[in-house]
Design a protein around this ligand. Structure first.
Ligand SMILES: *Cc1c(COP(=O)(O)O)cnc(C)c1O
Length: 345
């Protein structure tokens, strides 16, 4: 059952809201014991890459699109580092309306570009960064009367709270710490709001510490300084001017958490570690979370035995180039058994 059906009573929908459902949400929360034991913590990964378009963006998009239809929108528009466009294009195709996507040219992972195109969106590559593409999409929405489905759309953030609710229902409590990549900072804000809801409704007693991880080259929140030219291999969080900066700062401050930065090398190392020691392949932005935990571990700042959830926001298959950049070539042999046995040795 998709999130609108599963959590409908907690979401701003009525009989007039069209039902939209790609069976998003209800993603696996997997215990990652090999890595957890190494770090001395109880580690869980929330596999958001199992959503229909391969990232958590579907959780918010489903409500944004349902409300856009309710309001009579003729088309969707968004700017995107990749996953928002993949998600918007998927839902637009599902409900049968056009979708216009503005991408920062040259900085979108191949899988995400392929998704937007094959779902049938009109894809426009802007010769500028994400922040500029977002401004242009906003103006376009106003001029043309299209529904803007970027995370400035308030329904996205509301419906992304479902991730926090699922974690609490799976664990029977909130984790001690919630570790999440931060780009536009909407997801960290949504999770914090979701945990606070569950506490207010008496479903959990303790709130988690919120730990937001940014890439070193795109870290306006971690450094407290604007970042006019964001640069990182983790293209999903290559953002210099986060839309939900204030909400995210409040989440970290209220929860007694922190913002951390990790380098691109640390992100790639964490991606390989996650894949080879847990069987989970997540895209680079998602792997900032494990990179952050490894870094805290080295600094002896990981509370031993505590429960940590890392949000693995997107599927590794979206960005095969990033993974291939750090692994060797396959061993090549002729079609002879001796050669095979030699290669196995
Ligand atoms: C969008 C996205 C993020 C960043 O989420 P924000 O809400 O922008 O902070 C992280 N990882 C992936 C895979 C994403 O698609």
């Amino acid at each position: 059952m998709g999130v609108l059906k599963r959590y409908g009573t907690y979401l701003p929908i009525s009989e007039k809201t069209p039902s939209v459902n790609l069976e998003e949400g209800n993603t696996p929360l997997v215990r990652l014991d090999r890595i957890g034991n190494e770090l001395g913590i109880e580690l869980w990964g929330k596999l958001e890459g199992c959503n229909p378009s391969g990232s958590f963006k579907d959780r918010g998009m489903v409500l944004a699109v349902a409300k856009a239809l309710e309001d009579g929108a003729r088309a969707l528009v968004c700017a995107s580092t990749g996953n928002t466009s993949a998600s918007a294009a998927a839902y637009a195709a599902h409900v049968g309306i056009p979708c216009y996507v503005l991408l920062p040219s040259g900085h979108v992972a191949m899988g995400k570009l392929a998704q937007a195109l094959i779902y049938g969106a009109k894809v426009i590559a802007v010769d500028g960064n994400f922040d500029r593409a977002l401004e242009m999409a906003r103006t376009c929405a106003e001029l043309k009367g299209f529904a803007m489905v970027n995370s400035v759309n308030p329904y996205r953030l509301i419906s992304q709270k479902t991730g926090a609710w699922e974690i609490c229902e799976s664990l029977g409590r909130a984790p001690d710490a919630h570790v999440i990549p931060v780009g536009n900072a909407c997801n960290i804000s949504a999770y914090w709001a979701g945990y606070k809801d569950f506490k207010a409704w008496g479903k959990i007693t303790e709130l988690p510490r919120m730990i937001g991880i940014q890439a070193e080259g795109a870290a306006p929140l971690a450094t407290g300084k604007p970042c006019p030219n964001p640069e990182t291999i983790a293209t999903a969080i290559r953002i210099g001017n986060p839309v939900s900066a204030e909400l995210a700062k409040a989440a970290v401050a209220e929860s007694g958490g922190e913002f951390l930065t990790v380098t691109d090398d640390e992100i790639l190392a964490a991606q390989a570690m996650l894949a080879s020691k847990s069987g989970v392949f997540a895209e680079p932005a998602s792997c900032t979370t494990l990179a952050g935990l490894v870094k805290l571990g080295h600094a002896k700042k990981l509370q031993q035995g505590a429960t940590f959830v890392i949000i693995l926001t997107g599927n590794g298959l979206k960005d095969p180039d990033a993974a291939l950049s750090q692994v060797g070539e396959p061993v090549r042999i002729g079609a002879e058994m001796e050669e095979l046995l030699e290669a196995l040795a």
